[in-house]
Design a protein around this ligand. Structure first.
Ligand code: FEC
Length: 318
């Protein structure tokens, strides 16, 4: 079993911010002002842990797949090496930095992979997320003469294990509320340009995840909001989390729990946009803002990934 596990990627060091940002902008370098603004956001949070978390997710997914697959083809070594060599192999490729998706695809081809499952650490489908990951894989494969077949997992926003994992973390914040019945629960995801959201698939999936979590926990007051809209002139989908907090205050809410359902991992958009920016907004408004813990490389999220990948792999079976 071969898996191409993909995530967004982040620079490892400050000097890489410019080429990283240029890659996000499809090869157009940002203005000095935009670059400085992004550098300031990284400075404010210290650094993004996204690469480390993504690596841990890939390693644990491989271990989880190997632990449930029957029969190791080779005798196990007394001490596992850097990777436990089982029948499942997870390759890691990131969208905007090293190891790029194309680098992972090349490594897979060199290893003689003939079939693989592709999955992204993002549960909701959009033309500006999963579709772009798929395009990068397809292009990398075409450049190598299509050495292997890949089947993509497009979405898992309603997977029962994923809903349970998110709900578990919301409960932890529920316990901290002074008046849980009067609190507002906001579920956020990365905004995308309105043009890319016209078919309703992405906003619909975010809403569905939020509704399933709210239903699981019997939440009385909940809604969705958007975060991290890009610095481009075109309109992005809203309302933004900061605007939503103002509306919440006007409606009389004094405690708000925010859950970033669009992102499984901690990174810049969680630490800056929620923990710094939204937290500042909340404080100015006199709102107590709590954020739920991310899924990261925790066992329950890895089990969701394992289940989805294993099901997809079965599609290759005659
Ligand atoms: O921790 C880090 O350093 C990286 C955090 C990070 C994640 C992430 C996820 C998503 N994005 C999505 C859409 C867009 C679109 C544009 C865009 C731009 C940026 C910029 C940074 C950035 N994104 Fe991101 N995104 C993260 C970081 N993103 C930095 C550039 C500066 C800025 O605008 O803030 C606009 C591109 C353009 O200019 O054309 C669109 C979506 C996701 C969630 C799915 C996924 O993870 O792939 C959708 C993490």
């Amino acid at each position: 079993m071969n898996v191409l596990f993909m995530a967004y990627g982040t620079p490892y060091q400050r000097s890489e911010t410019l080429p990283y940002y240029t890659d996000i902008r499809r090869g157009r370098p940002p203005t000095q002002e935009l670059l400085e603004e992004l550098e300031e956001r990284y400075r404010r949070i210290g650094r993004s842990p996204l690469n480390e978390i993504t690596y841990a997710q890939a390693v644990r997914l491989e271990a989880a797949l190997n632990a449930t697959l029957p029969l190791f083809p080779e005798p196990l070594a007394a001490s596992p090496g850097p990777r436990v060599q089982g029948p499942a192999r997870v390759y890691l490729g990131t969208k905007h930095w090293h190891p790029f998706i194309a680098e992972a695809v090349k490594a897979m081809a060199q290893d003689g992979v003939k079939q693989a499952v592709g999955i992204v650490a993002a549960p909701h489908f959009s033309g500006r997320s999963i579709a772009e990951y798929q395009e990068k894989v397809t292009q990398a494969l075409a450049e190598l003469g299509d050495p292997f077949e890949i089947r993509f997992v497009e979405e898992y926003y309603d997977h029962p294990g994923y809903i349970r994992a998110v709900a578990t973390r919301v409960v932890e914040q529920l316990w901290r509320l002074v008046e849980p019945q009067k609190a507002l629960f906001l579920f956020t995801a990365h905004s995308i340009p309105e043009r890319a959201a016209q078919d309703g698939r992405y906003p619909g999936q975010i809403r569905a995840t939020a509704a399933l979590v709210a239903q699981t926990l019997g939440l009385l007051h909940w809604d969705t909001a958007w975060q991290s809209a890009g610095r481009t002139p075109e309109p992005w989908i809203g309302p933004d989390i900061n605007q939503k907090l103002e509306e919440a205050q006007a409606a009389g809410y004094r405690e708000v729990v925010v859950t970033a359902v669009g992102f499984p991992s901690d990174h810049l958009e969680v630490y800056y946009d929620l923990d710094y920016e939204a937290q500042n907004t909340a404080q100015k408004l006199g709102i107590r803002l709590l954020r739920t813990r991310s899924l990261n490389a925790d066992a329950d999220y890895i089990e969701v990934l394992r289940d989805i990948v294993a099901r997809k792999w079965r599609e290759f079976e005659p």
